[in-house]
Design a protein around this ligand. Structure first.
Ligand SMILES: Nc1ncnc2c1ncn2[C@@H]1O[C@H](COP(=O)(O)OP(=O)(O)OP(=O)(O)O)[C@@H](O)[C@H]1O
Ligand SMILES: [Mg+2]
Length: 266
């Protein structure tokens, strides 16, 4: 299923947080969104998920404006893992993943063996099957993050929106998780901070900078030393590795302060 942003804008008071952002994500495509802290990535994703209402513009989920679709129906097509996802504490790991089945349950469609199978597979996929009976508040930050992803997979969405999905994860689980997401053949939009992970896993990368989407394209087109310097204020070299995947190497002492960055831009 495709998802599109059409001229999305969002403001807080007089402050423009997302400015006129448009892009399409094709069915099965993995789009990474990178950009400095405060550049509007989470705000954009929450509009894409139908949670935050755009000041102007619209989000299309498939062929329909998301604002015209009921929340239960959205949840059957789209799952969103927020940056600071909360979950009630007095539940087990398994129950946290079971929440993903909520959009499918109703008076005429109770919990079934099929739901159990889907939850088992999701727990297994995020490497949490052996901790399924643990209480949420006894779990580590990384284990909770993996369960949030498990909950989203249990939702069986066609579009997956992820806000910094590798937060709290050790490097092994970061790679596992991005490979897992890739394998699902879902339409994925993920805010990522690790530029090398973005280059490894994304079909395309978009850059958010001060509320605008300033670039979108294949990793090698977007991740240039010049762009990284302009957007993040960090000196880097970018070169393809032996697999042809572009690899960013940062230079020690290459970071400039934000004020210096703004001077450099103006
Ligand atoms: N409800 C709100 N009211 C006021 N300002 C807000 C609100 N929501 C977001 N902002 C501001 O909008 C800007 C963009 O926030 P957002 O969370 O979208 O950034 P981000 O790119 O996701 O950053 P990070 O990399 O730190 O997660 C920030 O300066 C934030 O303080
Ligand atoms: Mg954010």
């Amino acid at each position: 299923m495709k998802i599109s942003a059409q001229k999305l804008c969002w403001s807080a008071g007089n402050l423009e947080i997302v400015r006129d952002v448009s892009f399409d994500v094709a069915p099965g495509e993995f789009l990474g969104i990178i950009g400095p802290n405060g550049s509007g990535k989470s705000t954009l994703l929450s509009m894409m998920a139908g949670i935050r209402k755009p000041l102007s513009g619209q989000v299309m989920l498939g062929d329909l404006p998301i604002r015209s679709i009921g929340s239960r129906e959205i949840a059957r097509s789209l799952a969103f893992v927020e940056q600071q996802a909360e979950t009630a504490e007095r539940i087990t790991a398994r129950q946290a993943v079971e929440l993903g089945r909520t959009p499918y349950l109703g008076p005429l469609s109770g919990w079934s063996v099929n739901d159990d199978d889907i939850v088992d597979a999701a727990l297994d996929n995020v490497d949490m099957a052996d901790k399924a009976d643990r209480l949420w508040h006894h779990l580590s930050g990384g284990e909770r993050q993996r369960l949030h992803i498990g909950r989203a997979l249990a939702q069986e969405p066609r579009v997956l929106l992820l806000d910094e999905p590798t937060n709290h994860l050790d490097i092994g689980h970061q790679i596992d998780l991005l490979e897992l997401v890739r394998r699902q053949e879902l339409t994925v939009v993920a805010a990522l901070h690790d530029l090398n992970h973005a280059a490894m896993f994304c079909d395309r990368i978009a850059i958010m900078d001060q509320g605008r989407m300033t670039a979108i394209g294949k990793p090698a087109e977007v991740l240039t030393a010049e762009t990284i310097s302009t957007v993040f204020g960090v000196e880097a070299t970018v070169a393809p590795d032996e697999d042809g995947i572009c690899h960013v190497r940062f230079r020690a002492g290459g970071a400039r302060r934000n004020s210096a960055r703004k001077d450099a831009i103006s």
